[in-house]
Ligand binder design. Sequence first.
Ligand SMILES: [Zn+2]
Ligand SMILES: [Zn+2]
Length: 366
Amino acid sequence: MANPSKVKTFNIQAAVLRTGSPLKIESLELEGPNDDEILVRIVASGICHTDIGFVDGWDGTANPVVLGHEGAGVVEQIGKHVKGVKRGDHVVLSYQSCGRCRACRRGHPFDCEYFWEANFGFHRLDGSNALHRSGVRGHFFGQSSFATHALATERNLVKVPKSLPLELLAPMGCGLQTGAGTVINSLKVRKGKGIAIFGTGAVGLAAVMAARVVGADPIIGVDIKPIRLKLARELGATHIIDNRRHDIASHITRITGSGIDYVLDTTGDQEMFEITIRTLNRKGILALLAGNESAGSLSEGRKVISVIQGDAVPQRFIPNLIRLYQTGRFPFDRLVKFYNFSKINTAIADAKSGETIKPVLRISKE
Ligand SMILES: [Zn+2]
Ligand SMILES: [Zn+2]
């Protein structure tokens, strides 16, 4: 630990989650950066359903927190052990990992043994908290990006080209990586194989675009919201099913003539799980993304896998997604709607109602 008298502090603005009230932008004191940290001025942050889950489920038994885990911004200061970035670099922030456990050493940070603590612990892995002077907890996903500034490390930061607007790249760090990574890295969907995607929000639509990139056929989008289904169709779904009006299982059978090779479920709904089991081909794989299920084997070689962050190493995968975007093959800009930081509660409400697929907060000028 640094000598407390020498610790630098910054005044920042952050959206704070307290009990019984909407998020409120407050002035806080942020300490840092530590030797292995980077102080990033946040230009924009996506809002993801994990943030919303915390807002809705906050019971107030713990101190207030700063959420946000799809930050993008400009490097403002670096700790003395930081080698890979310099002041002025443009960066996208992603999930955090420890860097020391067996999975991290094998190059699989998405399987980090300390994943929960590093991303949902609201403190650094050494237990310290850079917002403690304000009585607030940060470090959500190693960032807490609903703020004008965030501390990251080289493990959860990705340098990005300056030729693209940072505000557009913000959602790369979680939702888009998760959807596309599940198709490309976890399921390894190949050309000509069929995939059904349950839930066509930001994660599901990223999966649709990735399925088109790898040449999957058919690509079946399932949702209850006509606007999202229309977008799924435009982004690469060969078929869409409105499951409020149609039976999913019989539709999939009609489309494929048999069953489906892969299912990606973003809904976590038990009913969807049962439908999947009935429609999956022999040796087919179901990928669960809602986070609370367990993996396992089913009859006739079918498998269920539970995927975290699309099995993606951000420093490799996000640049790949950016290249796909630049060549017109991953048009994720179609999902994004921008909001001023002060409208964070409106942005969350629009995401919950389904009116906006991927809200992105504009926090400071690039
Ligand atoms: Zn680890
Ligand atoms: Zn997320």
